[in-house]
Design a binder for this molecule. Sequence first.
Ligand code: CMC
Length: 446
Amino acid sequence: MSAPIANSIRSTPWPGTHSDEQASLSLEGRSVELPVVVGSEGEKALDISRLRTGTGFITLDEGYVNTGSTTSGITFLNGEEGILRYRGYPIEELAARCDFIEVAYLLIYGELPKKPELDAFRHSLSNHSMIHEDMRSFYNGFPRDAHPMAIVGSVVGALSTFYQDSLDVRDPKQVEVSVHRLLAKLPTIAAYSYKKSIGQPLIYPRNDRSYCENFLEMMFAVPCEEYEIDPDFAKALEMLLIVHADHEQNCSTSTVRMVGSSDANLFASISAGVSALWGPLHGGANQACVQMLEQIVADGGDVKKYVELAKKKGSGFRLMGFGHRVYKNYDPRATLIKATCDKLLAKIDRNDPLFDIAQQLEEVARADEYFIERKLYPNVDFYSGVIYRAMGIPEQMFTVLFAMGRLPGWIAHWMEMHQSPTKRICRPRQIYSGETCRKFVPLDQR
Ligand code: CMC
């Protein structure tokens, strides 16, 4: 491990303020005062931590639509106005002025790095980018056509078998080593999963490349010729990773926090996050969206037909890359991605029919009463696949790129949770709705 990057990871969570306001709740003759907690952007919550002891009741909130699981000082998201900020900095500014590593540092350590801090961070990540030679043999055990997300989840989990010297969640030094190892090795793990699937030799990382250049080289270089990195592709990749880097308490981040709350080590927690991200309602939507666009093109390009199908209850079809639990406005990440998509396709002089279809689909859906009423807009996954295609990245790798982007956010949340003085194991309750106590029936009488 090189010199420490910062004295300690200093992202202590902001607890929110208990205001003078409070709600009173009376139930079956018992009552409880529910304090109001106010966030730094004025968001309000009822603190129900004394609800059960005070009334005997719990809350029920399927899908956590109304439930704040924590206070957090990492990312601010205002879905009504389409605002996204990491540590207070607007995403648009970070995407224009930083590279991914600088943003990763910001998310994890809580502040933008000074030059020596950033240099040391980059240096450390370069030095940890190789994976243990024995781990390469894992790749031979997976079927050739295995989905790379399955491989990435498994190999990330397996890091805890090879790097047992950094698993103690209570030792800040070990945590920092694990953080650097994970960030450094994930592109290598990801690129190897692709190389394996196409039967090409695995390409080692190079310390003289930037994070994104290195990933492109490990994906596309072959040992028999020089690989020339397209700087515009590397720049687009920086932007894509930055806009994916955090999104507060989404499904995979909540999973990472949930698993980490049991004091499971960082590698195990992140591996669980990779699995949660894979689903098509979450990160897997980027692959599903491009597959949907391909289907529309193959079917003659009638976007109206597919918009009608998405509106039909029971059709089982949704517009992938559309809609969001929190955004009820244009997803600011989609705006940034669409603009880069325009530029990149113009540069490579490629007229991708999928981009045309995506734009037509957006136009038709956004003019439709069903989508207007429900405030359904394109989300981060709507245009990202089109850029990945332009860069030559295969569909199966799209969600892996999402995972590479989201990694600093997962790490930041895992650490924030561990640093919280109020941390407890996450253990929701339930309302049991099964059979009440019944008499056991022996096997020969059933
Ligand atoms: N196409 C058609 N109708 C939709 C869509 C869609 N993509 N999304 C939501 N709706 C409808 C839904 O049928 C429901 O209608 P009604 O009120 O008549 O029952 C209403 O809009 C509210 O939808 P919901 O499913 O209750 O909303 P949710 O917050 O539970 O789900 C979502 C959010 C993102 C899972 C959902 O919008 C969806 O399935 N979108 C498509 C998949 C997708 O693009 N996922 C990526 C999300 S962004 C990146 C990430 O976080 O990973």
